[in-house]
Design a protein around this ligand. Structure first.
Ligand SMILES: Cc1cc2nc3c(=O)[nH]c(=O)nc-3n(C[C@H](O)[C@H](O)[C@H](O)COP(=O)(O)OP(=O)(O)OC[C@H]3O[C@@H](n4cnc5c(N)ncnc54)[C@H](O)[C@@H]3O)c2cc1C
Length: 532
């Protein structure tokens, strides 16, 4: 990690952001979409102008070496990166800022902070990179049950501790950010190859806690597939699961903690399964007349057992927005990679599946096709887009995403219902026609993971209400049509109402019982996943 601080508002580090050219490209798309030359743009308050509530508690001397109540630290840990997080921060609303931010250096420090938070009746929020997009890291204080809030930032647990070459696995500390993790593995000739879009500014512990989805479009879709064991510090003690390549010994303890979103304990380290660095690559971009034709080709590929590393499709509007096409065609970005064998036969068969469904390969297949053509343009936009929100929100533009999964038999009607409900809600909430686009992020033999983006012209003063109305309509529609409220963004607090409809009630009771056992005071992330 470089020396520049992470921004307290926005994406990445202070001083980073989109170039003027990139901003113009993005804003140009919105100018055309909403037929406006200018947007009503407000200023985001500077850090020094924020009014933070006075800290309600002070860290004792024994914790002072790694705890702080400085303005920057409190502001930078008040929110994650969801749309409402950005809007509240843009309006200078920092009521929820933690009283203390702790930067533990080891498990003893984590336990000491748990004891202190417990003794003060404070809530405790585990914090990785803070890239949560579902209200996962906002501290909770309510004055009665939670008298104060402590946030536990794991950035100093940042080492690859051991690499086991024979089993191709590594023991990695939970606060390790993506780039540092890969840099430490590189000398060993191995890689985790888990690249969520937030890779640069998110951590291993956050990925495990949220069951994040990486760049493999099939087979190893979630971080779950790479977790060999986990170690967790809880208010009741430390738990470590057994390192095994597989096990049939009852319900898996790993599975209880993967996706526990910080409510059962703090993940401190994990043994992770690694991949060889790819030596062989095959990539192509394929054009289709319609999104559904592209989807049928994806289904054929997913059911042929080819397991492409990339198999994303963009609908025409999504392809246009990222600059990958002119808006008249759907695009498939297809890729295979291996550290062991050439991939031509796999690519040839996948392209046959595409042409069976009307697909036309864009250009000759090349080893670096993932970096060129429509695939390359889409890839660059994918990496740079997170910076756009910090100037789109002040311009009153509501742009957000939601993602889900659904079986193939229901996909087409599901897509149409969710899209129509979201478009209708945008018009009703804002009075202006918006746009809803779709791509696939991950694919399975039995169904895709559709990822929707929506764009609306909001009104300052009403942005949160307008966003909520759109989010409610989209979430209702996807739950009613049989999808999941999240395929990889997690539940947090924002998805609770729909998660509560999706998960069986007795399962929630069992989860609550597990939480009571591990976190008897209910201090960890109250309101996330379940009520204590
Ligand atoms: C621009 C952008 C792109 C994104 N792209 C993707 C993507 O491609 N795929 C994807 O899956 N998600 C994506 N996300 C969502 C987010 O990055 C993931 O949920 C990620 O896994 C969160 O990691 P983090 O380290 O930032 O965790 P945080 O945001 O800090 O925390 C997330 C949750 O996990 C808990 N937590 C964090 N660390 C620990 C720990 N060590 N022990 C216990 N609990 C912990 C927190 O309390 C919180 O509830 C994206 C977000 C943004 C803003």
């Amino acid at each position: 990690m470089t020396d520049a601080r992470l921004k307290h508002y926005g994406w990445g580090r202070e001083g980073e952001g989109m170039s003027a050219e990139e901003r113009n490209f993005v804003l140009g798309r919105y100018r055309r979409k909403f037929a406006r030359e200018e947007f009503d743009t407000i200023a985001v308050p500077r850090l020094e102008d924020l009014a933070l509530p006075a800290p309600r508690i002070t860290a004792p001397g024994s914790l002072a070496a790694f705890c702080t109540s400085e303005r920057y630290d409190r502001a930078a840990h008040a929110y994650g990166k969801s749309y409402p997080d950005y809007v509240k921060a843009m309006h200078g609303d920092y009521e929820c800022a933690p009283d203390i931010v702790a930067y533990p250096r080891n498990e003893n420090d984590i336990s000491a902070v748990m004891d202190f938070a417990g003794s003060e009746g404070a809530s405790l929020t585990p914090f990785g990179g803070g890239s949560s997009v579902c209200g996962g890291v906002e501290p909770r204080v309510d004055g009665s049950r939670y008298k104060a809030a402590v946030t536990l930032d794991l950035r100093h647990l940042d080492k690859v501790v051991e690499v086991d070459r024979a089993s191709r696995a590594a023991l990695i500390e939970a606060g390790t950010y993506g780039p540092s993790l890969e840099a430490q593995l590189k000398p060993h000739g191995v890689t985790l190859r888990h690249f969520p879009q937030s890779f640069e500014y998110s951590t291993l512990g956050g990925w495990i806690a949220t069951r994040s989805g990486g760049h493999f479009a099939s087979l190893y879709t979630h971080i779950d597939d790479f977790v060999e064991n986990v170690r967790l510090v809880t208010p009741r003690g430390t738990i470590e699961t057994r390192r095994l390549p597989g096990s049939g010994a009852g319900p898996s303890p790993d599975r209880l903690f993967i996706g526990s979103e910080g409510i059962l304990g703090v993940i401190s380290r994990a043994w992770m399964r690694l991949q060889p660095r790819p030596k062989f690559r095959a990539g192509a971009s394929v054009r289709f007349k319609t999104f559904f034709e592209a989807a049928r080709a994806v289904r054929a590929i997913a059911q042929a057992g080819l397991y492409p590393s990339n198999c994303r499709i963009l609908d025409p509007a999504e392809a246009y927005n990222t600059g990958a096409a002119d808006g008249s065609v759907a695009i498939m970005v297809l890729g295979f990679e291996s550290g062991d064998h050439p991939l031509e036969p796999w690519m040839a068969r996948a392209l046959e599946c595409c042409s069976d469904h009307g697909g036309t390969k864009e250009k000759a297949e090349e080893a670096d096709a993932h970096l060129s053509g429509a695939a390359g343009i889409w890839r660059n936009a994918f990496i740079r887009m997170p910076y756009a929100r910090e100037f789109l929100n002040p311009a009153g533009i509501i742009n957000d995403t939601f993602e889900t999964a659904i079986t193939w038999d229901r996909f087409e009607s599901f897509h149409d219902k969710v899209r129509a409900a979201t478009e209708r809600a945008i018009l009703e909430a804002t009075g202006v026609r918006g746009e809803v686009t779709c791509r696939f992020t991950h694919v399975y033999p039995d169904g895709p993971a559709p990822y929707f983006s929506f764009h609306a012209l909001g009104r300052h003063g009403a942005l949160l209400k307008q966003w909520q109305a759109i989010k409610d309509a989209a979430s209702d529609a996807l739950i009613e049509a049989g999808g999941t409220i999240t395929h990889h963004h997690a539940v947090g607090r924002d998805h609770r109402r729909w998660y509560d409809r999706q998960r069986p009630e007795l399962f929630a009771a069992a989860l609550r019982a597990a939480k009571r056992e591990l976190d008897p005071q209910g201090m960890l992330n109250p309101g996330v996943l379940i009520d204590p």
